[in-house]
Ligand binder design. Structure first.
Ligand code: JFZ
Length: 436
């Protein structure tokens, strides 16, 4: 319900058409790489380890001292992302632990002061840009290392018993105004020292009791500064500015199921997903998604008009581990042959219903409809109700081999295609229909 006089608040004056144009590359891209890398790769048991295990700064310091990513090669990462068909990448410049992968002049808690002795963000930016991949910065609003960041419900030093007096005592010498300035200065640094930055992924807000939100971050001033420094940048929805019409560019459903993604149809969104559950490298996590599941997430995202940001958590030595490489290789194989059903595609027009065991994507420019065969019909036929007389030509996407129409079986509005008995050698083969 929109009532005159109750128009939503705005920060700027970009029109809807201008926004669509600004976001065009992102909407077309559909597939990006998330990279969670920081000191937490050393304990290798979740990027929240400092909070989960209530680790003090003093006891976390060993990871800073040990950090030595001797195998880190940003060019290699960029090649792997490119091969998998990813068009953009978002790197954690700083995660909740507060450690900076970049050479910030506002802190000593940074990669240049470790054995790495390098600005890892700069190497990431240069390498990914060189591969033609758009670059994004994840920046944690939360900071469990900064001395002025007040102890809240997620902080490693939080009182166990939720005791107000203890919170007050812990926060006596902490000043969020100072932290706010640090945050603003660091974001300014990130958006001025590394050339054109395509995405800012700020993370995250949790208003309420012992939580933090827009006033803690200074979100309004921060977002204005972001847009001033990088007018073309695309910003996520975690600054707690959702009641501003232009307070966010896209929604970020996190680790949700393929079923749940259907609810996002018609919105502008990107789902972020992990290989195994945690975002940082987790050595002992044995809950890795299958290759088919990963493909399903990508296809289902596009089939509902959204993007997939698939996460890799590199090891402390700076490499993608074997399990990640195997998963990326499998995506590469599929994308090499089938990416036309992903890029620049969205959900199908309502008149086309997905047959059992299939998911549809659609390219409105070429008027191609893509049928993803999650379950290969063992009858050798696929029945498409309501498709008759709407289809000019049918072929497999991976090899452009013709798929014949069975004219006898195709009665009424039903189109029946005759498929090879043997499933083509892809996890999920794709039929391309040229529409009239
Ligand atoms: C955040 C981080 O805490 C996490 O480590 C990772 O970086 C992820 C991408 O983002 O996790 C969140 C943030 C917000 C919600 C859930 C997890 N949320 O609003 O439901």
């Amino acid at each position: 319900l929109t009532l005159p006089g109750l128009a939503q608040k705005r920060l700027g004056n970009e029109t809807a058409a201008q926004k669509t144009k600004r976001m065009e590359w992102w909407t077309d891209a559909r597939f990006g790489m998330f990279i969670h890398w920081g000191l937490y790769a050393l304990p290798a048991r979740h990027e929240w380890v400092k909070s989960y295990e209530h680790i003090s700064d003093e006891n976390y310091q060993k990871y800073f001292e040990q950090f030595n990513p001797d195998l880190f090669d940003a060019k290699k990462w960029a090649k792997e992302a490119k091969a998998a068909g990813m068009k953009y990448a978002v790197l954690t410049t700083k995660h909740h632990e507060g450690f900076n992968l970049f050479d910030s002049k506002y802190t000593n808690y940074k990669a240049t002061n470790t054995q790495a002795k390098r600005d890892l963000v700069k190497e990431f930016v240069d390498a990914f840009r060189a591969e033609g991949i758009k670059v994004g910065f994840y920046y944690s609003l939360i900071d469990w290392h900064h001395p002025d960041f007040t102890v809240d419900r997620y902080h490693p030093q939080r009182p166990n018993n939720d005791n107000e007096a203890e919170y007050a005592a812990l926060n006596k010498n902490r000043d969020m105004a100072k932290y706010r300035k640090y945050l603003y200065d660091q974001v300014t640094e990130l958006l001025t020292k590394y050339g054109k930055i395509d995405i800012l992924w700020a993370d995250f807000s949790y208003p309420g009791k012992h939580g933090k939100g827009r006033d803690d971050w200074g979100s309004v001033a921060l977002l204005k500064q972001i847009r001033k420094l990088q007018p073309q940048i695309i910003v996520d929805n975690r600054l707690d500015l959702n009641d501003y019409e232009d307070g966010t560019d896209f929604e970020t459903p996190e680790q949700v199921s393929t079923k749940e993604l259907e609810k996002y149809r018609g919105k502008v969104w990107e789902t972020c997903q992990t290989f195994s559950g945690s975002w940082g490298y987790h050595r002992d996590e044995n809950t890795w998604k299958s290759n088919k599941k990963l493909l399903d997430l990508l296809i289902t995202s596009v089939a509902n008009g959204g993007n997939l940001l698939l996460n890799v958590g590199p090891t402390a030595r700076g490499e993608f581990d074997n399990r990640a490489n195997i998963a990326l290789d499998s995506l590469s194989l599929w994308m090499h042959a089938n990416s036309k059903s992903i890029y620049h595609c969205t959900f199908a027009p309502a008149e086309f219903k997905a047959a059992e065991g299939t998911k549809l994507t659609y390219n409105n420019d070429t008027r191609k409809l893509y049928i993803h065969l999650f379950e290969y019909p063992n009858t050798g036929y696929i029945t498409l109700d309501g498709y008759k007389n709407k289809v000019k030509y049918a072929q497999f996407l991976h090899d452009n081999s013709e798929i014949q129409i069975d004219t006898e079986k195709s009665t009424g509005n039903t189109l029946v295609l005759k498929l090879p008995k043997k499933k083509p050698d892809f996890q999920i083969p794709v039929i391309e229909l040229a529409l009239n």
